[in-house]
Write a protein that binds this ligand. Sequence first.
Ligand code: Q0N
Length: 293
Amino acid sequence: MPDTVHLGSGKVRELYALDPDRLLLVASDRISTFDVVLPTEIPDKGRVLTGLSGFWFARTRSICPNHLLALRPDGRSTECRRLAMLPIECVVRGYLAGSGWKDYGATGLVCGHRLPAGLVESDRLPEPIFTPATKAETGHDENISREDAARIVGRDRLDEVERLSIALYQFAARHALARGIIIADTKFEFGTDADGRLLLADEALTPDSSRFWPADRYAPGRAQPAFDKQYVRDFCEQTGWNKTSPGPALPPDVVAGTRARYIEAFEQITGIRFADYVSRPDVVLSADGPLPR
Ligand code: Q0N
Protein backbone atom coordinates (compact mmCIF):
# COMPACT_ATOMS: atom_id res chain seq x y z
CA MET A 1 0.00 0.00 0.00
CA PRO A 2 2.12 2.95 -1.18
CA ASP A 3 1.21 6.29 0.48
CA THR A 4 -0.15 4.42 3.49
CA VAL A 5 1.61 5.25 6.73
CA HIS A 6 1.81 2.52 9.32
CA LEU A 7 0.77 4.08 12.63
CA GLY A 8 1.13 1.15 14.95
CA SER A 9 0.73 -2.51 15.77
CA GLY A 10 -1.43 -4.14 18.37
CA LYS A 11 -0.87 -7.73 19.40
CA VAL A 12 -3.10 -8.92 16.56
CA ARG A 13 -4.01 -5.78 14.55
CA GLU A 14 -2.34 -3.07 12.50
CA LEU A 15 -3.33 0.55 12.08
CA TYR A 16 -2.57 2.71 9.00
CA ALA A 17 -3.34 6.32 8.05
CA LEU A 18 -5.22 6.63 4.74
CA ASP A 19 -5.51 10.44 4.83
CA PRO A 20 -5.82 13.03 7.60
CA ASP A 21 -9.39 11.98 8.40
CA ARG A 22 -9.36 8.23 7.78
CA LEU A 23 -7.58 5.18 9.18
CA LEU A 24 -7.34 1.58 8.04
CA LEU A 25 -7.67 -1.02 10.80
CA VAL A 26 -6.41 -4.44 9.67
CA ALA A 27 -7.20 -7.56 11.67
CA SER A 28 -4.53 -10.23 11.22
CA ASP A 29 -4.94 -13.97 11.78
CA ARG A 30 -2.62 -13.83 14.77
CA ILE A 31 -3.92 -15.25 18.03
CA SER A 32 -2.83 -14.52 21.56
CA THR A 33 -3.38 -16.54 24.68
CA PHE A 34 -2.26 -15.75 28.23
CA ASP A 35 -1.19 -12.37 26.72
CA VAL A 36 1.36 -13.97 24.35
CA VAL A 37 0.99 -13.98 20.54
CA LEU A 38 1.53 -17.54 19.31
CA PRO A 39 3.80 -18.40 16.35
CA THR A 40 0.90 -20.10 14.49
CA GLU A 41 -1.94 -18.19 12.82
CA ILE A 42 -5.63 -19.15 12.67
CA PRO A 43 -6.70 -18.76 9.01
CA ASP A 44 -9.64 -16.33 8.62
CA LYS A 45 -9.65 -15.22 12.27
CA GLY A 46 -9.13 -11.58 11.20
CA ARG A 47 -12.02 -11.81 8.73
CA VAL A 48 -14.32 -13.29 11.36
CA LEU A 49 -13.56 -10.50 13.84
CA THR A 50 -13.86 -7.74 11.22
CA GLY A 51 -17.18 -9.15 9.97
CA LEU A 52 -18.59 -9.47 13.48
CA SER A 53 -17.53 -5.92 14.37
CA GLY A 54 -19.14 -4.63 11.17
CA PHE A 55 -22.33 -6.56 11.97
CA TRP A 56 -22.56 -4.91 15.42
CA PHE A 57 -21.59 -1.43 14.16
CA ALA A 58 -24.41 -1.57 11.60
CA ARG A 59 -26.96 -2.64 14.22
CA THR A 60 -25.98 -0.34 17.08
CA ARG A 61 -25.78 2.96 15.17
CA SER A 62 -29.01 4.16 16.76
CA ILE A 63 -27.59 3.51 20.24
CA CYS A 64 -24.27 5.17 19.45
CA PRO A 65 -22.71 6.32 16.16
CA ASN A 66 -19.39 4.65 15.31
CA HIS A 67 -16.17 5.10 13.36
CA LEU A 68 -16.95 2.58 10.59
CA LEU A 69 -16.79 4.05 7.07
CA ALA A 70 -16.35 0.91 4.95
CA LEU A 71 -15.34 -2.72 4.96
CA ARG A 72 -12.66 -3.51 2.37
CA PRO A 73 -13.26 -6.39 -0.09
CA ASP A 74 -10.56 -8.45 1.70
CA GLY A 75 -12.98 -8.77 4.64
CA ARG A 76 -10.27 -8.05 7.21
CA SER A 77 -9.75 -4.30 6.78
CA THR A 78 -11.96 -1.52 8.07
CA GLU A 79 -11.80 2.07 6.86
CA CYS A 80 -12.70 4.27 9.79
CA ARG A 81 -12.93 7.87 10.90
CA ARG A 82 -9.84 9.14 12.64
CA LEU A 83 -10.80 10.19 16.16
CA ALA A 84 -9.24 11.50 19.33
CA MET A 85 -9.43 8.36 21.44
CA LEU A 86 -10.50 8.53 25.08
CA PRO A 87 -7.65 7.12 27.18
CA ILE A 88 -9.80 4.60 29.07
CA GLU A 89 -11.14 1.12 28.33
CA CYS A 90 -14.90 0.97 28.81
CA VAL A 91 -15.54 -2.50 30.22
CA VAL A 92 -19.03 -3.85 30.89
CA ARG A 93 -19.52 -7.03 32.91
CA GLY A 94 -22.72 -9.03 32.94
CA TYR A 95 -21.14 -12.06 34.63
CA LEU A 96 -18.47 -12.54 37.29
CA ALA A 97 -15.23 -13.62 35.60
CA GLY A 98 -11.58 -12.69 35.26
CA SER A 99 -10.39 -9.70 37.29
CA GLY A 100 -14.00 -8.97 38.34
CA TRP A 101 -14.21 -12.37 40.05
CA LYS A 102 -10.76 -11.86 41.64
CA ASP A 103 -11.64 -8.38 42.97
CA TYR A 104 -15.03 -9.58 44.24
CA GLY A 105 -13.38 -12.47 46.13
CA ALA A 106 -10.89 -10.10 47.74
CA THR A 107 -13.16 -7.16 48.59
CA GLY A 108 -16.82 -7.83 47.63
CA LEU A 109 -16.42 -4.87 45.26
CA VAL A 110 -15.71 -4.59 41.54
CA CYS A 111 -14.50 -1.11 40.53
CA GLY A 112 -16.49 0.38 43.39
CA HIS A 113 -19.68 -1.59 42.67
CA ARG A 114 -20.88 -3.37 45.81
CA LEU A 115 -22.17 -6.78 44.66
CA PRO A 116 -24.49 -9.13 46.54
CA ALA A 117 -22.77 -11.53 48.96
CA GLY A 118 -22.44 -15.21 48.08
CA LEU A 119 -21.88 -14.95 44.32
CA VAL A 120 -19.88 -17.77 42.74
CA GLU A 121 -17.46 -17.67 39.81
CA SER A 122 -19.20 -16.98 36.47
CA ASP A 123 -22.50 -16.00 38.14
CA ARG A 124 -24.73 -13.66 36.22
CA LEU A 125 -24.83 -10.22 37.87
CA PRO A 126 -28.18 -8.70 38.90
CA GLU A 127 -27.48 -6.03 36.28
CA PRO A 128 -24.48 -5.28 34.06
CA ILE A 129 -21.84 -3.06 35.64
CA PHE A 130 -19.45 -0.55 34.07
CA THR A 131 -15.86 -1.18 35.20
CA PRO A 132 -13.44 1.20 33.45
CA ALA A 133 -9.77 0.35 33.10
CA THR A 134 -6.61 2.14 32.05
CA LYS A 135 -5.09 1.19 28.69
CA ALA A 136 -1.92 -0.85 28.70
CA GLU A 137 -0.78 -2.04 25.24
CA THR A 138 1.62 -4.46 26.91
CA GLY A 139 0.75 -6.07 30.18
CA HIS A 140 -2.62 -6.07 31.88
CA ASP A 141 -5.13 -3.25 31.85
CA GLU A 142 -5.73 -2.02 35.36
CA ASN A 143 -9.23 -1.61 36.77
CA ILE A 144 -9.83 1.90 38.07
CA SER A 145 -12.51 3.51 40.20
CA ARG A 146 -15.22 5.79 38.77
CA GLU A 147 -13.46 8.68 40.49
CA ASP A 148 -10.15 7.94 38.76
CA ALA A 149 -11.94 7.51 35.41
CA ALA A 150 -13.73 10.84 35.95
CA ARG A 151 -10.40 12.54 36.62
CA ILE A 152 -9.10 11.19 33.29
CA VAL A 153 -12.02 11.93 30.91
CA GLY A 154 -14.21 14.28 32.94
CA ARG A 155 -17.38 13.54 34.85
CA ASP A 156 -19.89 14.28 32.07
CA ARG A 157 -17.95 12.29 29.45
CA LEU A 158 -17.68 9.38 31.88
CA ASP A 159 -21.44 9.40 32.52
CA GLU A 160 -22.01 9.41 28.76
CA VAL A 161 -19.67 6.47 27.97
CA GLU A 162 -21.05 4.51 30.92
CA ARG A 163 -24.63 4.88 29.68
CA LEU A 164 -23.65 4.03 26.09
CA SER A 165 -21.47 1.07 27.10
CA ILE A 166 -24.23 -0.51 29.17
CA ALA A 167 -26.81 0.05 26.41
CA LEU A 168 -24.50 -1.45 23.75
CA TYR A 169 -23.72 -4.46 25.95
CA GLN A 170 -27.38 -5.09 26.76
CA PHE A 171 -28.36 -4.95 23.10
CA ALA A 172 -25.58 -7.34 22.03
CA ALA A 173 -25.82 -9.74 24.99
CA ARG A 174 -29.54 -10.20 24.42
CA HIS A 175 -29.03 -10.79 20.68
CA ALA A 176 -26.17 -13.26 21.26
CA LEU A 177 -27.93 -15.19 24.05
CA ALA A 178 -30.93 -15.79 21.80
CA ARG A 179 -28.39 -17.44 19.43
CA GLY A 180 -26.67 -19.58 22.05
CA ILE A 181 -23.73 -17.38 23.04
CA ILE A 182 -23.26 -15.65 26.37
CA ILE A 183 -21.28 -12.41 26.14
CA ALA A 184 -20.00 -12.43 29.72
CA ASP A 185 -18.20 -9.11 29.44
CA THR A 186 -16.82 -6.78 26.80
CA LYS A 187 -14.52 -3.82 26.28
CA PHE A 188 -15.40 -0.73 24.24
CA GLU A 189 -13.23 2.15 23.10
CA PHE A 190 -14.68 5.54 22.25
CA GLY A 191 -13.29 8.61 20.55
CA THR A 192 -14.43 12.09 19.60
CA ASP A 193 -14.51 13.67 16.16
CA ALA A 194 -13.53 17.25 15.30
CA ASP A 195 -17.02 18.45 16.38
CA GLY A 196 -16.71 16.81 19.80
CA ARG A 197 -19.21 14.05 18.90
CA LEU A 198 -18.64 10.79 20.76
CA LEU A 199 -18.28 7.70 18.52
CA LEU A 200 -17.75 4.01 19.22
CA ALA A 201 -14.37 2.95 17.74
CA ASP A 202 -11.92 0.04 17.62
CA GLU A 203 -13.42 -3.43 17.16
CA ALA A 204 -16.60 -4.16 19.04
CA LEU A 205 -18.25 -7.21 20.57
CA THR A 206 -15.84 -9.77 19.13
CA PRO A 207 -14.37 -12.75 20.97
CA ASP A 208 -11.04 -10.82 21.18
CA SER A 209 -12.66 -7.89 23.00
CA SER A 210 -15.15 -9.96 25.02
CA ARG A 211 -15.63 -13.26 26.81
CA PHE A 212 -17.89 -15.44 24.65
CA TRP A 213 -19.21 -18.57 26.41
CA PRO A 214 -21.26 -21.37 24.86
CA ALA A 215 -24.69 -20.97 26.55
CA ASP A 216 -25.45 -24.71 26.45
CA ARG A 217 -22.45 -25.45 28.69
CA TYR A 218 -22.99 -22.58 31.14
CA ALA A 219 -22.69 -23.64 34.78
CA PRO A 220 -21.78 -21.10 37.47
CA GLY A 221 -19.39 -22.14 40.24
CA ARG A 222 -16.39 -22.68 37.97
CA ALA A 223 -14.52 -20.98 35.15
CA GLN A 224 -16.36 -21.33 31.81
CA PRO A 225 -14.78 -22.71 28.63
CA ALA A 226 -14.05 -19.94 26.13
CA PHE A 227 -16.14 -20.23 22.95
CA ASP A 228 -13.14 -19.42 20.77
CA LYS A 229 -9.81 -20.18 22.42
CA GLN A 230 -10.52 -23.24 24.53
CA TYR A 231 -8.68 -25.73 22.25
CA VAL A 232 -5.70 -23.38 22.20
CA ARG A 233 -5.68 -22.99 25.98
CA ASP A 234 -6.12 -26.73 26.58
CA PHE A 235 -3.28 -27.51 24.17
CA CYS A 236 -1.00 -24.88 25.74
CA GLU A 237 -1.68 -26.25 29.24
CA GLN A 238 -0.87 -29.82 28.09
CA THR A 239 2.53 -28.78 26.70
CA GLY A 240 3.63 -27.48 30.11
CA TRP A 241 4.44 -24.08 28.57
CA ASN A 242 5.33 -21.51 31.28
CA LYS A 243 3.22 -18.75 29.60
CA THR A 244 6.15 -16.51 28.73
CA SER A 245 7.11 -15.61 25.15
CA PRO A 246 7.60 -17.45 22.85
CA GLY A 247 4.47 -19.57 23.00
CA PRO A 248 4.18 -23.03 21.46
CA ALA A 249 3.35 -23.67 17.80
CA LEU A 250 -0.14 -25.10 17.38
CA PRO A 251 -0.68 -28.51 15.70
CA PRO A 252 -3.00 -28.67 12.65
CA ASP A 253 -5.96 -30.18 14.54
CA VAL A 254 -5.91 -27.34 17.11
CA VAL A 255 -5.72 -24.76 14.29
CA ALA A 256 -8.61 -26.38 12.41
CA GLY A 257 -10.75 -26.76 15.54
CA THR A 258 -10.14 -23.15 16.58
CA ARG A 259 -10.86 -21.80 13.09
CA ALA A 260 -14.13 -23.75 13.09
CA ARG A 261 -15.11 -22.23 16.45
CA TYR A 262 -14.52 -18.66 15.20
CA ILE A 263 -16.60 -19.33 12.11
CA GLU A 264 -19.30 -20.96 14.24
CA ALA A 265 -19.46 -17.87 16.47
CA PHE A 266 -19.73 -15.63 13.39
CA GLU A 267 -22.50 -17.70 11.82
CA GLN A 268 -24.45 -18.20 15.06
CA ILE A 269 -24.45 -14.50 15.91
CA THR A 270 -24.93 -13.01 12.45
CA GLY A 271 -27.12 -15.72 10.90
CA ILE A 272 -24.95 -15.17 7.79
CA ARG A 273 -22.82 -17.91 6.23
CA PHE A 274 -19.14 -17.06 6.59
CA ALA A 275 -18.58 -17.98 2.91
CA ASP A 276 -21.17 -15.31 1.97
CA TYR A 277 -19.26 -12.75 4.04
CA VAL A 278 -15.98 -13.66 2.32
CA SER A 279 -17.53 -13.25 -1.13
CA ARG A 280 -19.23 -9.95 -0.19
CA PRO A 281 -18.20 -8.41 3.18
CA ASP A 282 -20.96 -5.76 2.99
CA VAL A 283 -23.58 -8.48 3.67
CA VAL A 284 -23.03 -7.92 7.40
CA LEU A 285 -23.96 -4.24 7.08
CA SER A 286 -27.53 -4.67 5.85
CA ALA A 287 -30.10 -5.37 8.54
CA ASP A 288 -31.69 -8.30 6.71
CA GLY A 289 -28.59 -10.36 6.00
CA PRO A 290 -27.53 -11.59 2.58
CA LEU A 291 -29.53 -10.44 -0.44
CA PRO A 292 -30.83 -13.10 -2.84
CA ARG A 293 -28.42 -13.72 -5.71
C1 Q0N B 1 -6.98 3.96 17.57
N1 Q0N B 1 -6.39 2.21 18.76
C2 Q0N B 1 -6.50 0.96 19.49
C3 Q0N B 1 -5.00 -1.43 16.06
C4 Q0N B 1 -5.61 -1.12 17.42
N2 Q0N B 1 -10.88 5.51 14.88
C5 Q0N B 1 -9.66 5.71 15.50
N3 Q0N B 1 -9.10 6.92 15.45
C6 Q0N B 1 -7.93 7.14 16.06
N4 Q0N B 1 -7.26 6.19 16.71
C7 Q0N B 1 -7.75 4.94 16.80
C8 Q0N B 1 -8.99 4.65 16.18
C9 Q0N B 1 -9.58 3.35 16.23
N5 Q0N B 1 -10.04 2.32 16.26
C10 Q0N B 1 -7.41 2.81 18.14
N6 Q0N B 1 -5.31 2.94 18.62
C11 Q0N B 1 -5.64 4.04 17.89
C12 Q0N B 1 -5.28 0.09 19.50
N7 Q0N B 1 -4.77 -0.21 18.17
C13 Q0N B 1 -3.40 -0.69 18.25
C14 Q0N B 1 -2.84 -0.96 16.86
O1 Q0N B 1 -3.67 -1.86 16.15
